[in-house]
Design a protein around this ligand. Structure first.
Ligand code: CMC
Length: 426
């Protein structure tokens, strides 16, 4: 027997049984209850308790601190996979065979170059433009170079444009970085894998061949795997929402980059570093914590809408911090972060609200140790998140249940008023 929710609404003299499927009721079933002439609806700012789609890409159990991509636990993927293998998994639902992976890596390698004219777009930005702004505008501009992305119903056109975007993101990110440093761009090198090539495009100087330390390449792979997808977060919702009006992959992902940039989402890693610098020393941590408790500041890198337990990604990043510091030397701000975490895990304010370190708490320390300025941190989140956005985009546009996104509102303004001529206005 199917589960039902019995609803009685005496004011309208209506009683009904709503079907409960997959632990949800259909919001449109509430329309049968008229309230003052309006059909009953739900009010849910921030989508606190509203499912907007069926998805088989990423599973999160926030209370238990579980994260899985296509059913594979994140810790195992971070230990055993490469980023491109994980991107393939997100997009196709299964881990690739050796032959499939080789073909996929080759496809991505083939598409790493940026269209030459994009360099004129990049040249138009001021030298100190935020690299996320450059990324967002350039990804939107891709659509003018690859207009076949509009044929998203055609699987081969869709696959090609997904590969183009995943392939070009590191190149774009590296160019944005080097532009800010007034350094010449380094083109991709086919001899390197995805993460090694990214490091080379970022950091190559005058040496004939750039060889990154294998520990740094692995740390990059791990960070990229951890950031690849995170189900219906703010930026994924932006991607799906923009796709819902019939947009191509590039326009939709450009919106995702904009959403990711905010300090409450991907921009938190940049905000964490700025916070750590501002605190500066372990001795100043108690004073900062008191400020947070008094509502004067937020502890950036702490708290999550879904995780009410330690973010499993933060646990893995903590281990990568040690690996990277072995190569780069220890970032002195690590001590400040560890002291903040100690308070966060024991102080009643944080414990009561179930606020734990999230993915952004330690990632900034790694990025800084690698020599990135804080404004690059969110770019380093956006590059790997592209595979998640692409998988979510693909799922959205092939889902017959989906419609143009169009939430309701509760109108609180004036109703039909007489127009006031200018001379009569106070
Ligand atoms: N520092 C201090 N207090 C906090 C924090 C924090 N970082 N996060 C939440 N709270 C408090 C908040 O003030 C509220 O307290 P009260 O009940 O007394 O009003 C309570 O905890 C619930 O917070 P909320 O803002 O209603 O929770 P939310 O689910 O809407 O927000 C969040 C989630 C991630 C935006 C929030 O925790 C936050 O602002 N964290 C800091 C920014 C951050 O690290 N963001 C990265 C998220 S992980 C990466 C990603 O996926 O984007």
């Amino acid at each position: 027997m199917p589960d039902t929710l019995e609803i009685r609404f005496p004011a309208a003299g209506v009683e009904a049984e709503l079907a409960v499927t997959e632990a949800t009721i259909r919001a449109t079933d509430l329309r049968q209850f008229p309230v003052g002439g309006e059909p009953l609806a739900t009010f849910d700012p921030g989508f606190m308790n509203t499912a907007v789609c069926h998805s088989s890409i990423t599973y999160i159990d926030g209370d238990a601190g579980v994260l899985e991509y296509r059913g594979y636990p994140i810790a195992e993927l971070a230990e055993k996979s490469t980023y491109l293998e994980v991107a393939y998994l997100l997009l196709n639902g299964e881990l690739p065979t050796a032959a499939q992976l080789q073909e996929w890596e080759l496809l991505i390698t083939e598409h790493r170059m940026l269209p030459d004219k994009l360099k004129t777009v990049l040249a138009g930005f001021p030298y100190d433009a935020h690299p996320m702004t450059i990324l967002m505008a350039s990804v939107a501009a891709f659509f003018s170079f690859y207009p076949d992305a509009q044929n998203f119903e055609d699987k081969s056109a869709r696959d090609l444009n997904i590969a183009r975007l995943i392939a070009k993101m590191p190149t774009l990110a590296a160019f944005a970085y080097r532009k800010g440093k007034a350094k010449p761009y380094i083109n991709p090198d086919d001899k390197y894998g995805y993460c090694h090539n990214f490091l080379a495009m970022l950091f190559k100087q005058n040496e004939r061949r750039y060889e990154a330390d294998p520990r740094l390449i692995r740390a990059m792979e791990v960070l990229f795997i951890l950031h690849a997808d995170h189900e219906q977060n703010c930026s994924t919702n932006a991607v799906r929402s923009v796709a819902s009006s019939g947009n191509d992959l590039f326009t939709s992902c450009s919106a995702g980059i904009g959403a990711l940039h905010g300090p409450l989402h991907g921009g938190a890693n940049e905000a964490v570093l700025r916070m750590l610098r501002e605190i500066g020393t372990v001795e100043r941590v108690p004073e900062f914590i008191e400020g947070v408790k008094a509502g004067k500041a937020r502890m950036m890198g702490f708290g999550h809408r879904v995780y009410k337990n330690y973010d499993p990604r933060a646990k893995i990043i903590k281990k990568s911090v040690e690996d990277v510091f072995e190569v780069t030397g220890v970032n002195p701000l690590l001590k400040v972060a560890q002291e903040l975490e100690k308070y966060g895990l024991t102080d009643e304010y944080f414990v009561k609200r179930r606020l734990y370190p999230n993915v952004d708490f330690y990632s900034g320390l790694i990025y800084e140790a690698l020599g990135f300025p804080p404004e690059m941190f969110t770019v380093l989140f956006a590059v790997p998140r592209t595979s998640g956005w692409a998988a979510q985009y693909q799922e959205f546009i092939t889902d017959p249940e989906q419609k143009i996104m169009r939430p309701k509102q509760i109108y609180t303004g004036h109703r039909t008023r007489a127009y006031v001529p200018m001379e009569e206005r106070a």
